[in-house]
Design a protein around this ligand. Structure first.
Ligand SMILES: Nc1nc2c(ncn2[C@@H]2O[C@H](COP(=O)(O)OP(=O)(O)O)[C@@H](O)[C@H]2O)c(=O)[nH]1
Ligand SMILES: [Mg+2]
Length: 189
């Protein structure tokens, strides 16, 4: 069963459209992840690194993915922020091998959580500690410590170690996200 078929469980939400935001610094692996989620015959063979401000969109039945880089693009911030309002879930991707920019990732995460359209929402946040195959990658436990994820008290969150190139770990994360979105829409969390 493909990853997208797994996500079809989200139809239980009976929402017309479920909007998932895929965020993170540039080069963390967002485009690679999104390409793993697309049906096999539409997967891009080559991933062009996202340069400057670029929003990727991917839509399938009632699921809509919006992807953008958060790093160093503060002058574009007001362009992407309006996607926050209609989001039902967030996937935040981290390059686990990029120790130097972990602080920048944390800053972006804090800015996201402080935004008025996110602060009030109890939307599930899935963290992908990506590039786990790199020999100097930090463990997902270490990544969650660096990002102080234990401080998140008002939203369900989960972190998974992934290798986006091979597609490893993505399914576990999406299973969690699916379950939490159904629960939150049904008002159980
Ligand atoms: N080793 C390794 N490389 C990865 C992984 N995920 C993505 N990459 C590579 O990291 C680079 C940036 O990926 P991309 O998806 O363009 O990142 P984006 O800027 O967040 O969209 C590309 O060369 C990818 O092939 C991974 O899990 N392991
Ligand atoms: Mg990209």
């Amino acid at each position: 069963m493909g990853l997208l078929d797994k996500l079809s469980g989200w139809l239980c939400l009976r929402k017309k459209e479920v909007n998932v935001l895929c965020l993170g610094l540039d080069n963390s692996g967002k485009t690679t992840i999104i390409n793993q989620l697309k049906p096999a015959n539409t997967q891009a063979q080559e991933i062009v690194p996202t340069i400057g401000f670029n929003i990727e969109k991917f839509k399938s039945s009632s699921l809509s993915f919006t992807v953008f880089d958060m790093s160093g693009q503060s002058r574009y911030r007001n362009l992407w922020e309006h996607y926050y309002k209609d989001s039902h879930a967030i996937i935040f991707v981290i390059d686990s091998g990029d120790k130097l920019r972990m602080v920048v990732a944390k800053e972006e995460l804090d800015t996201l959580f402080n935004h008025e359209d996110i602060r009030r929402k109890r939307i599930p946040i899935l963290f992908f500690a990506n590039k786990m195959d790199l020999h100097d990658a930090m463990s997902s436990v270490r990544v969650s410590q660096m990002l102080c994820l234990d401080n998140i008290k008002d939203k369900p969150w989960h972190i998974c170690a992934t290798n986006a190139v091979k597609g490893e770990g993505l399914k576990e994360g999406l299973d969690w996200l699916q379950g939490n979105m159904c629960l939150s829409f049904l008002g159980h969390v």
